[in-house]
Design a protein around this ligand. Structure first.
Ligand code: ADP
Length: 207
């Protein structure tokens, strides 16, 4: 076996090719800037609903977007990963790297993952860059998420059929300083979408 196979890319004659068409140039061409809207919250708190509803609004405004959804990613890019703490961390790391590429490509990336641990969200911030990541806390009390039980998973978790279920048998650490704290248990979807669009305007991402 060739020794170089074991070396990390930086020591292995792999050199990043500097593109001349940069993110800034793509943003100028698009007529809007790009960020990552990182939705976090319990299962059933409203992450996917809001990510897709905001995408729909942005698409109508001519903004280039893409939604990364927990379940979809786990069917493909991360299909080899379990829900153990180590694999959850690797899941988030891969998503953050993917988000980075989409931002470089001039696409506003919306991500809907429970991402229960502060240290993992911190890792995203490091990979994506704090200035690029707007953390949206979908704050729905556990009781309401359980009543909604969108995918029937809480019932299974309560019955002990699912291990490591966030909120039941695995912790959720609320963000301490999110860009937006939404009361997704009481507010309507439309009200939450308005708040997110306002945030994007205030940050100068869209006009
Ligand atoms: P998650 O992606 O966090 O697991 P989902 O978006 O799949 O959650 O489910 C959230 C459920 O809550 C949906 O049925 C949605 O219609 C409902 N809901 C009620 N109010 C809101 C709100 N303000 N924001 C998002 N979802 C809401």
């Amino acid at each position: 076996m060739v020794v170089e196979d074991k070396l990390p890319p930086a020591d292995n004659n792999v050199v990043w090719h500097q593109a001349t068409v940069t993110r800034r140039r793509r943003e100028e061409q698009n007529g809007h800037r790009v960020v990552n809207l990182w939705f976090t919250g319990l299962s059933g708190s409203g992450k996917s609903t809001l990510a897709h509803a905001v995408e729909e609004r942005l698409h109508g405004l001519g903004v280039r977007t893409f939604v990364f959804d927990g379940d979809n990613v786990r069917h493909g890019l991360c299909s080899d990963l379990s829900f153990s703490p180590e694999d959850r961390t690797e899941n988030i790391r891969r998503i953050a790297e993917m988000v980075n590429l989409f931002l470089e490509a001039g696409v506003l990336a919306l991500t809907a993952f429970i991402s229960p641990l502060e240290k993992d969200r911190q890792k995203v911030r490091e990979i994506v860059g704090a200035e690029n990541m707007l953390e949206i806390f979908c704050d729905t009390p556990l009781e309401i998420c359980e009543q909604r039980d969108v995918k029937g998973m809480y019932k299974k978790a309560r019955a002990g059929l699912i291990k490591n279920y966030t909120g039941i048998s695995s912790p959720y650490e609320p963000p301490t300083n999110p860009a937006l704290h939404l009361n997704t248990g009481t507010a309507t979807v439309e009200e939450c979408v308005e708040q997110i669009i306002d945030l994007l305007r205030r940050k100068g991402v869209i006009d």
